[in-house]
Design a protein. Structure first.
Length: 449
């Protein structure tokens, strides 16, 4: 063993540049294998989650039509009808119902980004979204309207909205109390200016309250809303409060019946056709006691073009990730093979001399294998360190990633050995000595001339 280690040390000194090149190429190759495993696992997980939520599911929106004669339903005396209708929607065995809608809120002394402001896409002057207002102590505060998305208690779990930091809403967050802060979740675009636990003064037309930041959504979080995927990075996520009063006291600065028009204008997820859903909604309207059951609520099906394109896009991304990763691995293999072949060509006469002086093929093979193992074990450790630095230690400990790094190290250990042995042992050892002798004769002849 000492002889083999000594020979490896001598070989590394003799082929210093080639050894460094092999080490670098092996690091790149092993890193590419680990990255491919990581991206494929991540893409597969995201694809499965997407299909679990959206595949074969139709999404409809419920809208009210309280105009004309039907406007008479918007009376505080009819709160019970709206409450009953919401109970029927939420408890339906035919579909999943989600309270969800966009409704801006105002934040005092806002310090976030411009594109979080309500109407940012339409206003040429961002100051149009801000106004001065007096707080409870009669002090003037600058209040800025921002985008907000209101959700019921089942939205986060069903649509698999992930948090990068903090906590999700709890059951208690959907109950508005007479005093005390409420909880909000902020989109990823707020993360630089705000932190978990920060308090904001939030107001809208039916409530004004201090809000505590419970968490932040992951960047790129989307939800399918009214026929398109709505990116929530720029939104304040508000809980849809489910109580009308608290301990017998009014909690909303707004008529409860109007709040129910928002609660009842949400999203339906089902495998049923639009016609079937319309009949169910009509039955629920009748059961709730609405007098104008033909036009109190109606169902809208938005064009699913964006959803179809997204289905195609997510499959295409998965394919492209696989293709790019495979191309990078193949390229690394080719370069490693060429580099190993050059090193073999450079040292074949030396190995032949060793063989002719009693060193058997087994010992030469053992030396080559140990040489590659030491080299690529070092490359594997460095590639793993690089992977952790780029993707984080949590990604490194994924089972598929670890297997990828391990198999990558084994493969890039075996590849130089296979190339070397195929090139070296395909001829009789005496051939390399004759070749050396022939070169020497040519040199002598040239000298004589």
């Amino acid at each position: 063993m000492k002889w083999i280690l000594d020979e490896i040390k001598i070989g590394w000194k003799r082929d210093f540049r080639l050894v460094l090149m092999l080490l670098g190429l092996s690091i790149v190759g092993i890193f590419c294998v680990g990255t491919a495993c990581h991206l494929l696992l991540e893409t597969k997980e995201q694809t499965e989650e997407y299909k679990e939520v959206y595949e074969d599911i139709q999404f409809y929106t419920i809208l009210d039509n309280f105009v004309g004669e039907a406007d008479a339903e918007l009376s505080e005396q009819n709160v019970g009808k709206f409450r009953k209708f919401l109970e029927l929607l939420s408890g339906s065995s035919y579909f999943e119902y989600f309270m969800a809608y966009t409704q801006p809120v105002s934040i005092e002394n806002y310090r976030g980004k411009e594109n979080n402001k309500y109407g940012y896409e339409y206003h040429t002057d961002p100051s149009e979204t801000a106004q001065d207002r007096k707080d409870k102590d009669d002090n003037v505060q600058r209040s800025t309207g921002v985008k907000a998305f209101w959700i019921g208690d089942n939205v986060i779990d069903y649509f698999k909205l992930r948090l990068r930091e903090g906590r999700e809403f709890t059951e208690d967050d959907f109950v508005l109390k007479t005093d005390g802060p409420i909880s909000v979740i902020l989109g990823a675009n707020y993360a630089e200016e705000y932190s978990v636990g920060d308090e904001l003064m939030i107001s809208c037309y039916f409530v004004e309250r201090t809000a505590e930041v419970a968490g932040f959504l992951e960047e790129g979080t989307n939800i399918y809303y009214r026929g398109k995927f709505l990116n929530l990075d720029n939104y304040v996520i508000m809980p849809v409060f489910q109580n009308d009063t608290y301990e017998g006291k009014e909690v909303f600065g707004y008529k409860a019946v109007h709040f129910y028009t928002l609660r009842n204008s949400g999203i339906i997820a089902t495998k049923l056709s639009m016609g079937d859903v319309e009949e169910i909604i009509k039955d629920y309207s009748r059961e709730a006691g609405f007098e104008y059951i033909n036009n109190a609520y109606y169902v809208v099906e938005y064009a699913g073009t964006e959803k179809i394109n997204f289905d195609y896009g997510i499959e295409l991304v998965s394919f492209l990730v696989s293709a790019v990763a495979a191309a990078a691995i193949v390229a690394a293999c080719l370069f490693v093979g060429v580099c190993a072949a050059n090193r073999t060509k450079k040292n074949r006469r030396y190995f032949a001399v060793l063989a002719m002086n009693g060193c058997g093929r087994g010992r030469i093979c053992a030396m080559l294998l140990l040489d590659a193992a030491i080299l690529d074990l070092t490359a594997g450790l460095l590639a793993g360190t690089l992977f952790a630095a780029v993707f984080g230690t949590a990604a490194l400990w994924g089972t598929g990633v670890l297997w990828g790094l391990l198999l990558g190290t084994v493969f890039f250990t075996a590849l130089p050995c296979i190339v070397t042995m195929l090139l070296f042992f395909r001829r009789d050892l005496i051939y390399y000595l004759r070749e050396e002798a022939g070169d020497a004769d040519i040199g002598q002849h040239d000298g004589a001339v």
